[in-house]
Design a protein. Structure first.
Length: 319
């Protein structure tokens, strides 16, 4: 697949609150674009279902090639290309020898494309000062893509030091964009501490976009404890946007009986017709033998045109 096609497949529009790092169901590979396309509505959910891991792998693969951002015409010069080749060569140099070179590039080089590539090379280094330098770049570099990539790779390190640095960044900032980028990085850490921090954002974060993102990350987990938490959040929630994200999480978790039972309960009895429509869509994605009779029964009991239309579509998909 050509790069431009891959970018088109993965990008899902820039989120107001995170115009760079993220591409879970997809990425603006200039900086891991945001979640706005995913969170725009049910159609976006339907299109991107199940692509989280593929998008993450795609970003990493492109980063290896130094293709995580567009190239301005002015950057396409022989001197720059030579520097980029030399930079990639540092991957084969001993960490102790490569580290000071990378530090100099990251601190002194004005061209952001070189600094972005240096971030990837730095992420592969085993030098003990890598994590603190990543954290400094994540907050202080003038280029937002360098900052976002520093956070991304800090999250991928998956060690206690990097986790502590990510938590400090989250605790110290009031900037929603930084929070959302750091949350994505934190979601790559498998520890209970990281999970608990994401839960705290899902429960009580004031910025709605950041809270939605935390809920999305929790929805990617498949353990029953997390499912129970999401169900509890749904039962306490009145904001329809948040409820849609929670329904999306239930719909993704087809192997959890608790998640599927919650979808059925929403489809049958939620006071909001829009919530019922979303739940019906996700129920319709489950192709088990008992789904069709359930959908038919709900159709026979409903007197709402929009809900019945959604049921007809789901029934047609299951025949």
């Amino acid at each position: 697949m050509e790069l431009e096609n891959l970018e088109g497949a993965l990008a899902f529009s820039t989120m107001d609150s995170m115009s760079g790092v993220m591409a879970l169901e997809g990425m603006d590979l200039g900086g891991l674009a945001g979640l706005e396309g995913l969170y725009a509505g049910s159609l976006a959910y339907e299109r991107v279902a199940g692509q989280y891991d593929a998008a993450l792998g795609a970003y990493e693969g492109l980063a290896v090639l130094g293709l995580t951002s567009g190239q301005d015409e002015e950057e396409k010069d022989p001197e720059l290309e030579l520097k980029l080749v030399a930079l990639q060569a540092l991957l084969n140099v001993d960490s102790e020898k490569a580290y000071p070179i990378l530090v100099k590039i990251l601190q002194d080089e004005e061209n952001p494309r070189l600094r972005r590539n240096a971030i990837f090379v730095l992420s592969r280094s085993k030098h003990p000062e890598v994590a603190p330098l990543m954290a400094q770049l994540a907050t202080d570099d003038p280029d937002k893509e360098v900052r976002q990539q520093a956070l991304f790779w800090l999250g991928r390190r998956n060690d206690d030091e990097s986790l502590d640095l990510l938590l400090k960044i989250l605790n110290d900032t009031d900037d929603p964009k930084v929070k959302q980028t750091a949350l994505f990085a934190l979601s790559q850490n498998k520890s209970d501490v990281a999970r608990d921090k994401i839960i705290s954002f899902a429960r009580s974060e004031k910025d709605s976009k950041t809270r939605e993102q935390a809920i999305f990350f929790l929805g990617q987990k498949r353990d029953e404890e997390t499912v129970a938490l999401l169900i509890s959040l749904y039962d306490q929630e009145s904001d329809m946007n948040i409820k849609e994200k929670l329904i999306f999480g239930f719909g993704q978790n087809k192997k959890s009986q608790a998640a599927q039972d919650k979808l059925i309960a929403i489809a049958r009895g939620d006071k909001d017709a829009k919530a019922r429509e979303h739940a019906i869509f996700w129920i319709g994605q489950n192709r088990s033998s008992d789904i069709l009779p359930l959908l038919v029964d709900m159709y026979n009991q409903s007197d709402e045109t929009k809900v019945k239309s959604r049921l007809i579509m789901s029934i047609a998909q299951n025949k």
